[in-house]
Design a protein around this ligand. Structure first.
Ligand code: SF4
Length: 297
């Protein structure tokens, strides 16, 4: 089952949560999700947030706390992502691809629209990040990845899908960066920015999200009688950014393992197992640090 979904704002989610029956009186996973987190589905980012730190999940998704700040890497990644989206949306519409200036204009717009306090890293400035964006987008435009949309039938750009794919778990919501149909596969492609080239273990870490999405697009692949192929296009940060492509053809064992992991996380959320998991990696980027450190329970 695949349907379009409209996400809601934090205040709308809080209102939904406040007016929902208590979770323990409910049985349908989507209803439980709505009562707990104010949305009747779960996303990979929320599952991942729980796995990193259950307290962070509670503060963000259960209590609906506004983030205290946003990291520059998050805004940067989102600005590059929007620029790539613009590039492929134009190809999708049959227009010429964008040039560097057009993509940088999209990058600038995302930064301009950011309303939260941005936390910059050491030696980082808005100007140094914009220079980096220019180098990364230049590397992208001169790589084969920029012409991906012409390698088959472009079915979707930033396509939002949701579906009931795991028993006992709310609908999964996913946004697929690029979906291309060829006579050999339905390719779902995720764009990433990264400090360094991806290793095999990085692919293993990134796989669960795409393995969930591969199930969301399964009905489309079945309709065209082709397998699903998962791909990542990674643009590295640095003086001379590189564009690298990675592939994975999902197998049943990987999918089963991912689904069991998500089911386990959902059970823990329903059981309201929310504990702190402090670590340098988790806490240094946590947007709810003050709320966490000052709470008593
Ligand atoms: S500050 Fe650390 S322990 Fe607290 S919620 Fe954030 S990530 Fe978790």
């Amino acid at each position: 089952m695949i349907v379009h979904v409209d996400d809601t704002t934090t205040s709308a989610r809080n209102a939904l949560r406040a007016n929902s029956p208590k979770p323990h009186n409910l049985t349908a996973p989507n209803d439980i999700a709505e009562a707990l987190i104010g949305r009747n589905y779960i996303s990979w980012s929320s599952i991942n947030a729980y796995m990193r730190c259950p307290m962070r999940f509670r503060l963000q998704y259960v209590e609906g706390q506004q983030p205290e700040s946003v990291s520059s890497s998050l805004v940067f990644g989102s600005a590059i992502h929007s620029a790539l989206e613009q590039h492929f949306t134009r190809l999708f519409a049959g227009d010429d691809s964008s040039d560097l200036d057009e993509l940088l204009a999209v990058y600038d717009r995302v930064w301009h629209e950011e309303t939260q306090t941005v936390r910059f890293g050491k030696a980082e400035t808005p100007e140094s990040l914009r220079d980096l964006a220019g180098r990364m987008l230049t590397a992208f435009l001169s790589h084969d990845a920029a012409t991906l949309g012409t390698s088959g039938r472009l079915l979707g750009v930033e396509e939002e899908l949701r579906g009931a794919i795991i028993d006992g778990v709310p609908d999964i919501l996913g946004r697929i960066d690029l979906m291309i149909l060829t006579d050999k596969a339905l390719r779902i492609i995720d764009f990433k920015t990264s400090r360094s080239a991806w290793s095999a273990s990085k692919i293993t870490e990134a796989a669960p999200q795409q393995l969930l999405y591969s199930q969301l697009v399964r009905p489309i692949a079945d309709a065209f009688r082709v397998p699903v192929q998962v791909e990542w296009v990674v643009i590295t940060k640095g003086k001379s950014p590189k564009v690298e492509c990675h592939k994975l053809t999902p197998n049943l064992a990987q999918i089963h393992r991912t689904n069991e992991m998500v089911r386990g996380v959902w059970r823990a959320i329903c059981g309201e197992f929310f504990f702190v998991n402090p670590s340098t990696m988790n806490c240094s980027t946590c947007p709810h640090r003050t709320a966490c450190e000052t709470r008593e329970g």
